[in-house]
Every structure is written in C-alpha cells, then in structure tokens.
Design a protein around this ligand. Structure first.
Ligand SMILES: C[S@@+](CC[C@H](N)C(=O)[O-])C[C@H]1O[C@@H](n2cnc3c(N)ncnc32)[C@H](O)[C@@H]1O
Length: 298
C-alpha cells in the first residue's frame, strides 16, 4: 500500500475546470462551479435558512476536490452567521489535489478570491487522516479527511445536519455511492438531516431511500435536467452531537474542569468553547496567566 494518498491524474477543460482522467469526469460544471454549488448543495440542503438560530451546525461532504463547494458554503456562512456561531465542516477526499492544481481550478472564481486565498494558504498537506483548518474570525472549522469515503465514514461518530454528496458520476465512481455508504451517512445524521446531490441516478435514489431518507427530484443546474434532495424524518431522538465534527474525540463531555489558567489551560478552554463544551478554569492565581507566587521569577 502506498504511504502517501494518491494525487489525481488531471486534464483541464477549455473553461479551466479540472477533469479526473481516471473517472473521465469534471470536478465542477462548466456552467459555473460556484453557482452550481449554491444551487445543488446549499439550496438542496436548505441553506442558509437551516442554520438560522443554531450555535453549531455540522456539514459533511463527500468529495472535497478543489474546494469549490466549501468556498460557496463559507461565503454563505460569513454572510448570515450569528457572531458567536460556529460552522463545522468535515469533508472527505481520497485523491487530494496538489495546492498548485487547486489554485489553478479556483482561479476561475474571482468572486471568492479572498476565501480561496485563505484556503490555499492552508491547503492540506499530502497525508492520510484528518487535518483541521480553523478560521476564528468566521467561526468556521474545516476538517479534511484524506482517505476513501467508506473507510473515513466508518471512523466517524456523531450527527451531521447536512450532507453534500459530490462524488463523480455514479456510473464511473460506484465506490462513492454504495448502499453501505448511504447507511453510514444515515447513522451519522441528526434528526431531520438533509442530503443533496447533482445526480438522480436510480441506484442513488434507492440507496438513500433504503437508508431512511425521503428523496425528491428538483430541477437541475446547467445542462443537468434534475438534481436530488433527500431528508431524514425529524422525529429521531437526540440533539446534534459535537463528536460528529471531532471524530477522534473519545467522548463528548458537556462540562470540563481545566486546572491552571496559564497558556496551556487558556488554550484548552478556548478549544473546548469552540466545540460548544463548557470549560471551568481553576487556578490559585487571581487572574489569567499569573503564575502562582511560589514559582514567580525573582
Ligand atoms: C465531482 S468531484 C468533487 C468536486 C469538489 N466538490 C470541488 O468542489 O471541486 C468528486 C471528488 O470525489 C473524490 N473521490 C472519488 N472517489 C472517492 C472515494 N472513494 N472516496 C473519497 N473521495 C473520492 C474525487 O477525487 C473528487 O475530488
């Protein structure tokens, strides 16, 4: 087994969109990748309306690719979020693009050049496993899981509110659309979670339905006649869990005592708050960052 995740073998369309040679399929529509992301994935999962009033909202994506969906999502989040709210996004990619190729693809979207620049500046390194990018000014936590979708989903826990299903076409990329994968997505979903995709292939509709989603065809984007929206029933018990966005957390406590208000303690408290976990910081000193008198220098 290769030590590093494989880069995709790319060709480029006349419009500047990457094409994966192994799947003979494009990463995004030549009719406008960003507008397609908004029409298929954001509108398809009821965003931005669905996150209104939520302190934490969880999105899962299959097929990070060049990150166009993520930029559309980030832009919508910036425009509508409450100042304290946090958007947690977990995205999965088996064939990570090199940063130079992502930059070439994203150059087609000057309207999100600022966000693209921020994403590219922290583009994930070529390594297996999760990498988290945290953008505190926007309350935006992006975790990129490098590996095959089924294997990555198997290692996650928790409940997502929305799913962007963006593999290549099911006929050419069946691993991204298996029944086992749909069942796992349902198991990782919050009550009323929504999923969206560009394809209305019969196997995808049936797969989502047998995993418990109600599916509906909607008018498609660009050359595609139809797209799919899917929704789980709202009556499943339980609130969204933080573990969804933090798959390597062994547990998801509500309240944590942090002993010591030095740099490490303060950083822990901040990281816990970001995950919606209450931190109680205990220190003998009267203020943050003040070491106890016994170990003060001089
Ligand atoms: C249509 S492209 C996604 C485009 C992407 N959302 C974007 O904004 O550029 C499909 C993506 O799924 C990835 N992919 C294909 N098979 C996969 C698998 N089994 N597991 C995880 N990712 C896979 C491809 O490498 C590609 O990046």
């Amino acid at each position: 087994m290769p030590r590093l995740p494989p880069h995709p073998d790319l060709a480029w369309s006349d419009e500047g969109a990457p094409i994966a040679a192994a799947f003979t399929d494009v990463y995004f529509s030549k009719a406008g990748g960003l507008a397609e992301s908004e029409a298929v994935f954001l509108a398809g999962t009821g965003l931005p309306h669905a996150w209104a009033g939520r302190d934490h909202f969880y999105v899962g994506e299959l097929g990070f690719g060049s990150g166009v969906n993520i930029l559309a999502l980030w832009r919508a989040w910036k425009a509508s979020r409450a100042s304290h709210a946090i958007l947690h996004v977990s995205t999965i990619e088996a064939f990570p693009l090199a940063q130079v190729d992502a930059a070439r693809a994203l150059a087609a979207f000057p309207e999100v050049a600022d966000l693209a620049g921020q994403l590219l500046a922290r583009w994930p390194v070529r390594a297996a496993g999760p990498q988290r990018l945290w953008f505190p000014e926007d309350g935006f936590a992006l975790t990129i899981h490098t590996g095959a979708a089924e294997a990555m989903l198997a290692g996650m826990t928790g409940r997502f509110d929305a799913w962007f299903l963006d593999g290549f076409s099911p006929a050419r990329n069946p691993d991204m659309w298996s029944q086992a994968l749909f069942a796992r997505i349902a198991a990782l979903s919050a009550p009323g979670a929504r999923a969206a995709t560009f394809t209305v292939a019969g196997a995808v509709r049936r797969g989502l339905e047998s995993a418990g989603f109600a599916v509906e065809k909607k008018p498609g984007f660009g050359a595609k006649r139809e797209r799919l929206e899917a929704c789980l029933p709202a009556q499943r018990a339980g609130a969204p869990s933080l573990a969804a966005a933090y798959p390597y957390a062994a547990c998801a406590p509500k309240r944590v005592a942090v002993l010591g208000a030095g740099i490490a303690g303060a950083a822990c408290a901040q990281a816990l708050a970001r995950r919606g976990i209450e931190a109680v910081v205990l220190d003998a000193a009267p203020q943050l960052g003040a070491a106890p008198a016994a170990i003060q220098p001089g």
